[in-house]
Design a protein around this ligand. Structure first.
Ligand code: F6R
Length: 243
């Protein structure tokens, strides 16, 4: 795992956006795996700036998102579909039909998950997967568990994730208890993985991901088995690493 130290959140975001922009310039029809949450917001802002000021075009780019809350329609203000429109897609020249986000209203979410994994294979796989990390080490919504879950499927969110994500909702009760999450197989099949971490709250998870054993109780630790992972993190997120 290559670890790139950023000065702060903005520096992390600039470095991540430069990396993604270079990928798109080198391969205009790249398949980008995208994340939501607080961490990639600055990266998306920078990509929008590159589009506006440096003529970076996304018109041939294809995207697949990691996850969506189960039970929320795509129009719900807290849905990840809405998030992606608001924070990226509405501001760049991406072709709407090229963007894919799990359907939070799928009737049979596990069958849907299998189709989503097949879709990623049909697209030729993910060129660069952007990830954030949960405070307990989840990636996408693959929560700490006894085994690594491979398929895209319906998952139960754990207490910590519900508490962490309550900040986006009026109250904790409103946070959906389930989500459709990409599984480890599609994530680990990505050609490159770019994982971002910022702030004190991620320091323990980053340490466990980088220095701990590969353990499904720290889902991000599986990334130790991937040949091309870049972690861009600020000093506080890296503060517990041995060196
Ligand atoms: C979001 C996702 C999650 C987040 C993680 C960190 O699509 O898959 O794994 O990356 O929960 O969230 P933030 O960035 O809000 O701290």
């Amino acid at each position: 795992m290559l670890i790139i130290k950023a000065q702060d959140y903005n520096d992390m975001s600039r470095k991540a956006a430069r990396f993604i922009a270079a990928q798109v310039q080198l391969k205009p029809n790249s398949v980008l795996g995208l994340a939501t949450g607080s961490t990639p917001l600055g990266t998306y802002r920078e990509l929008i700036r590159f589009h506006r000021q440096e003529e970076l075009s996304f018109c041939d780019v294809r995207t697949v998102n990691l996850d969506e809350y189960y039970g929320l329609p795509s129009t719900h203000p807290q849905s990840y579909c809405h998030y992606m429109q608001e924070h990226l897609f509405n501001h760049i020249d991406i072709t709407p039909g090229n963007t894919h986000i799990p359907d939070g209203l799928a009737d049979d979410p596990n069958a849907y998950g299998r189709e989503y994994d097949d879709l990623i294979v049909c697209m030729g796989g993910i060129d660069v997967q952007l990830l954030g990390i949960g405070s307990k080490g989840h990636i996408a919504f693959n929560e700490p568990s006894q085994v690594f879950s491979t398929q895209t499927r319906l998952v139960d969110l754990n207490e910590t994730t519900i508490e962490d994500n309550a900040r986006f909702f009026e109250s904790e009760e409103e946070v959906p208890r389930q989500a459709i999450s990409m599984g480890m197989k599609s994530i680990m099949a990505a050609k490159r993985i770019l994982i971002l971490a910022s702030g004190n709250g991620k320091a323990e998870a980053v340490k466990a991901m980088v220095e701990g054993p590969v353990d499904p109780m720290v889902p991000a630790s599986i990334l130790q088995l991937h040949p091309d992972v870049i972690l861009i993190a600020d000093a506080t997120a890296l503060s517990l690493l041995a060196q």
